[in-house]
Ligand binder design. Structure first.
Ligand SMILES: Nc1ncnc2c1ncn2[C@@H]1O[C@H](COP(=O)(O)OP(=O)(O)O)[C@@H](O)[C@H]1O
Ligand SMILES: [Mg+2]
Length: 231
């Protein structure tokens, strides 16, 4: 099964989600962003004997390749996606870049589940409206509806009004489904990343860990549902 974390807007939390989801599932990763945020996180991880590093693939020609990453051509990436697509025995998590590009669209089209992090703010809502067009085009070309799940990320108490606006907007859309789990704006997400850890490995008692665990559990339920539809 393929979980693609995607949004054409940068800084919404894609790499934060992708690293935590794959770290918690022990899943292989594909990092399509030239910034290699996920690959760097995994490299830090590999230096800690107590952490199990993941198998991580990056795009050939996307800058310096870390010894802990494997670089793949576009063709090899297509084959990798075909291997995981609708495969109930294996999960791959794809981290994509914060802009619109052919390779990111491929990751969306191949996904069994797209996860899109969005913060509750007006600028993020504009970003999501642009992303909706990308998903609609992908749906049209595939002649089906790609299961695209929005996750509210970086939620703070003061964002209540914007939160309602975003919820209201999503409610009227058949392009997006909303996940119940939400992630607060918490320093643990940044600290865990710096240590090459998931938030659960960083401190399983903290709220960030509990929120991420709830999110991964919900994703797994939806993934099993998608798998059954495809069977
Ligand atoms: N829930 C959160 N709480 C606090 N900081 C967050 C949260 N989600 C993301 N961040 C921070 O926001 C920045 C951008 O996140 P990142 O995952 O790199 O976004 P993207 O991959 O979409 O560009 C990073 O510094 C990350 O640590
Ligand atoms: Mg990123």
């Amino acid at each position: 099964m393929i979980i693609t974390v995607a949004h054409q807007k940068g800084g919404t939390g894609k790499s934060t989600l992708a690293t935590n989801i794959s770290g918690m599932l022990g899943a292989t990763m594909l990092d399509l962003d030239k910034q290699h945020s996920s690959a760097l996180w995994n490299h830090v991880r590999s230096m800690d004997d107590e952490l199990e590093s993941l198998e991580i693939n990056v795009l050939k020609g996307s800058g310096d390749i870390l010894p802990t990453s494997k670089s793949l051509s576009d063709e090899e990436i297509k084959l990798l996606c075909q291997k995981y697509k609708k495969n109930p025995n294996q999960v791959i998590v794809i981290d994509t870049a914060g802009f619109d590009a052919g390779i990111n669209r491929l990751a969306i089209i191949m996904a069994d589940m797209v996860i899109t992090p969005v913060a509750p703010s007006q600028i993020e809502l504009f970003g999501l409206q642009t992303f909706e067009q990308i998903i609609k085009e992908a749906n049209r070309s595939l002649k089906c509806t790609i299961p695209c799940y929005v996750v509210l990320n970086s939620v703070v108490e003061s964002s209540k009004l914007h939160l309602e606006n975003v919820l209201e907007w999503i409610k009227g859309k058949d392009t997006f489904r909303l996940l119940n789990a939400r992630l607060g704006r918490r320093v643990d997400f940044q600290r865990a990343y710096e240590e090459g850890m998931t938030v659960v490995e960083y401190n399983h008692r903290n709220r960030a860990a509990k929120e991420m665990s709830a999110l991964v559990a919900e994703i797994m339920v939806e993934l099993i549902h998608e798998e059954q539809i495809g069977a």
